[in-house]
Design a protein. Structure first.
Length: 555
């Protein structure tokens, strides 16, 4: 094998005529957003208009030459985001220009037509390996003449496929950028683009060298993420036979979880290691998992990720294959998803289900929620909360069945007196206020149906924060009583934002009338507007505060 590392400066004309590119299975998806694309276009346009005799340096391309091809074919290790953006840019210019020669040039840059008479095969400039849906998108919207103009491309923005979604957005962003440019401006830009915009390409045939470069180099303004590097490590550790299948599985999970994928991989790290993380995710996997022989790179890692993603879908997001039919469980998960820091409670829940399945699952989640919401409300330090989480994970691993685990009151212990004292204080404005009101909603519901995943929630003061001087509030409450009760639980309810905007500083009777106008709100706690006849006073608040605290504190 030739391990020589080659390096040379190439302009865009050469890059898009002499080279053919493969985006390998271990590479990240195309993830450039509108800002990334616009920044590149703005910089290029400025350089074209003001420095068009100077070269514009785009950075480096890190490539691995494929040995099986007679063509100058390269796997892209670093530079995919820029190359893909230029690939789309060529198609957009092709569809926008009225200059036949420029149109033909851009067409050749994205696609080589077959010519059997001179032995030229059909080829696409960039092939996204194993990503069949991406190939279909490129065929329809990039390779076809006027493909970037098709209105249905907008429908692809909302697809779960990360690459397709961002490619569709990038196409629209580029077309918008050139919308008001003249034909002569576009031709001048295309000339500058082809002749003055340059890359430094670096290539090798050594996979070891290629992966080393991949993990240490960054794309333009967008560093490789932990998930990108973990993907390269694990796909790179697999045999050729399984690479395509498992790379596709990884991409599918990444597409589903989006920005939460890093967090999901950290959950798996926590389940395996059961210690506080001391470094970044890649180093944690390398040092605490792989070197400790808790898991092998490659197939074993990806199959564990697939297994926990399946559990996640069944017990946390409730996909169509979910086995959970208990609304008590589902409703508690719904409010936890909305209001609790997920790093505390998700790893133990995933680990519990992995070992015990549905056996006493609702009992477990009730104890888990009370423990971690209590620790959070009482402002336990992150280190203490992580230690408590890891203790539960260790007990799950040690336990042969859930009975002993669930009977260990010390494991799930909460300082109820301190919790009661905190909840009896002023809670409005505290970080847990919305969650504790959601918890009260859950406890008040009969769980005959699944609660909504509330999108618009507002905390309403019944006794308002700034009552008018002539209002009944001023007659019923002294200034001291107002100060005492204003921000307490008893004086707060959750209602929709739409309802909240209508209630304002009205007296209670008017507030009740406004609330009952039109559709009744979804929150059971706001039934105070129905159940309370015409008065909201100190006695009402005392009774409600006692009732709410009794409901919220587990004895």
């Amino acid at each position: 094998m030739n391990n020589t590392i080659q390096s040379e400066k190439k302009d865009i004309n050469s890059i898009f005529s002499d080279f053919w590119f493969l985006i390998p299975e271990y590479q990240r998806s195309y993830v450039w957003n509108d800002d990334n694309v616009n920044d590149l276009l703005d910089d290029l346009w400025f350089a074209c208009q003001n420095k068009n005799n100077n070269e514009y340096f785009l950075g480096s391309l890190v490539l691995k030459r494929t040995r099986e091809s007679a063509f100058a074919e390269f796997e892209v290790l670093d530079g995919q985001q820029r190359l893909t953006t230029f690939f789309i840019l060529m198609a957009v210019i092709r569809d926008l220009t009225t200059n036949r020669q420029l149109k033909g040039t851009c067409k050749e840059r994205v696609h080589q037509e077959k010519n059997k008479f001179v032995g030229i095969p059909e080829r696409v400039r960039i092939v996204y390996k194993i990503r069949d849906d991406v190939g279909d998108f490129i065929n329809k919207f990039i390779l076809e003449g006027n493909g970037t103009e098709k209105p249905e491309i907008k429908e692809k923005i909302d697809t779960k496929n990360v690459s397709i979604s961002h490619m569709a957005k990038a196409t629209g962003t580029i077309r918008k950028f050139f919308k008001d440019r003249t034909d002569s401006d576009l031709e001048k830009f295309a000339e500058f683009l082809g002749l003055k915009v340059v890359f430094i390409y670096v290539s090798t045939e050594s996979m070891e060298d290629a992966f080393r470069m991949f993990t240490i180099l960054n794309n333009r303004g967008l560093p490789l993420s932990n998930t990108d590097i973990l993907k390269s490590i694990n796909i790179g550790a697999m045999g050729d036979k399984d690479t395509e299948l498992y790379a596709k599985e990884w991409e599918s999970i990444e597409g589903d979880l989006g920005g939460d994928f890093d967090r999901f991989l950290s959950f798996i790290r926590t389940i395996l290691v059961k210690e506080k993380a001391r470094s970044n995710l890649v180093e944690e996997y390398e040092e605490k998992i792989y070197k400790a022989n808790l898991l092998r790179k490659g197939k074993d890692t990806i199959e564990l990720i697939i297994k926990y993603k399946d559990i996640y879908d069944k017990i946390i997001t409730f996909d169509n294959n979910s086995e959970i039919d208990d609304n008590v469980y589902k409703n508690l998960i719904t409010i936890m998803n909305i209001g609790l820091p997920s790093g505390d409670w998700m790893p133990p829940l995933l680990a519990y289900y992995n070992k015990f399945r549905k056996n006493q699952l609702t009992n477990f989640i009730e104890k888990l929620e009370y423990k971690f919401s209590g620790d959070w409300i009482l402002q336990m330090t992150p280190t203490t909360r992580i230690e408590n989480m890891n203790n539960i994970l260790k007990r799950i691993e040690e336990s042969e069945n859930p009975d002993k685990l669930l009977q260990d009151n010390k494991l799930f212990e909460v300082d109820n007196e301190s919790l009661k004292e905190t909840l009896n204080g002023g809670v409005y404005g505290r970080r847990f206020a919305r969650y504790i009101l959601l918890k009260y909603e859950y406890l008040q519901s009969e769980n005959t149906v699944q609660l909504s995943n509330y999108k618009t929630i507002s905390v309403e003061h019944i006794l308002p924060q700034n009552p008018d001087d002539g209002s009944k509030w001023k007659k019923d409450f002294s200034d001291g009583e107002t100060d005492y009760w204003l921000h307490k639980l008893a004086n707060l309810v959750l209602i929709s934002g739409r309802k909240n905007s209508k209630l304002s500083n009205f007296d209670f009777q008017e507030k009740k009338k406004k609330y009952l106008e039109g559709r009744i709100d979804i929150f059971s706690g706001s039934k105070v507007f129905i159940e309370q006849k015409n008065e909201w006073n100190v006695e009402t608040l005392e009774d409600r505060q006692e009732s709410m605290i009794k409901e919220l504190i587990t004895n």
